[in-house]
Design a protein around this ligand. Structure first.
Ligand SMILES: C[S@@+](CC[C@H](N)C(=O)[O-])C[C@H]1O[C@@H](n2cnc3c(N)ncnc32)[C@H](O)[C@@H]1O
Ligand SMILES: [Zn+2]
Length: 163
C-alpha cells in the first residue's frame, strides 16, 4: 500500500459524536496518524481545562477535551483543524496505542483492524475525577468510566463498595 494513502476516515461514532474509522484493513503494528496540535505549557493547559469545565457546567454538558500530555512540562492542544487524530475515542479494549517519539505523538495499531472498525486507544486517565469521564465504549471489560487499564480493578472495587 502506498505510504501516503490515508488509513482512516472520520464518521459518526456510537461511542461519542465523531470517531475515526479504518478506511481499509490495517495490520497490527502500523503507524496510522500523528496527533498534532499546538505545544502548550501545563499552566496554559490548566487554564483551558478550567474554561472548559466552567463552560460545560453552565450548559450542563460534558464536552470534548483535546489536550494530550506530551511530557512533564508540555501538553499538545489538539483542538486545531489539521488534527484529525483528535476524533479518536477511548476504549477499554482498544485497537491502537499512542507512542511519543522525539516530541511527536503517533497512533499505532496494536491489533489487526478490519476496514470500517472504529479506531480507539486507552486515554490513560488516572482515577481523579473519574466520575467526570463516563465511558461508553461498550467493551466487555469496561468499568463505565474512562480510567487507564492498570487502575480499572481498583475502580471496580471502589464502585462495588459504593453499592
Ligand atoms: C479527543 S475527543 C474524541 C472525539 C470526540 N468524539 C469528538 O467528536 O470530538 C475526547 C472526548 O470524546 C469523548 N469520548 C471519547 N471517548 C469516549 C468514551 N469511551 N466514552 C464516552 N465519551 C468518550 C469525551 O467527551 C472526551 O472528552
Ligand atoms: Zn469503556
Amino acid at each position: 500500500m502506498p505510504s501516503n494513502q490515508k488509513l482512516y476516515i472520520r464518521k459518526n461514532s456510537k461511542i461519542h459524536s465523531s470517531g475515526l474509522f479504518a478506511k481499509t484493513d490495517i495490520e497490527k503494528g502500523s503507524r496510522i496518524i500523528e496527533y498534532r496540535g499546538l505545544k502548550i505549557t501545563k499552566a496554559q493547559s490548566d487554564k483551558i481545562a478550567d474554561v472548559h469545565i466552567a463552560a460545560n457546567q453552565k450548559k450542563g454538558t460534558i464536552g470534548a477535551v483535546y489536550i494530550f500530555t506530551l511530557n512533564e512540562r508540555y501538553d499538545i492542544n489538539g483542538k486545531v483543524s489539521w488534527n484529525l487524530a483528535k476524533y479518536i475515542n477511548h476504549s477499554c479494549d482498544p485497537n491502537c496505542e499512542t507512542d511519543i517519539i522525539r516530541g511527536k505523538i503517533w497512533i499505532n495499531s496494536i491489533k489487526d483492524i478490519k476496514k470500517g472498525e472504529e479506531l480507539t486507544y486507552d486515554y490513560g486517565y488516572d482515577m481523579h475525577y473519574f466520575e467526570d469521564h463516563p465511558c461508553r465504549c461498550n467493551s466487555k471489560n469496561c468499568v463505565g468510566f474512562i480510567v487507564r487499564s492498570n487502575l480499572r480493578w481498583r475502580l471496580k472495587k471502589k464502585l462495588a463498595k459504593k453499592k
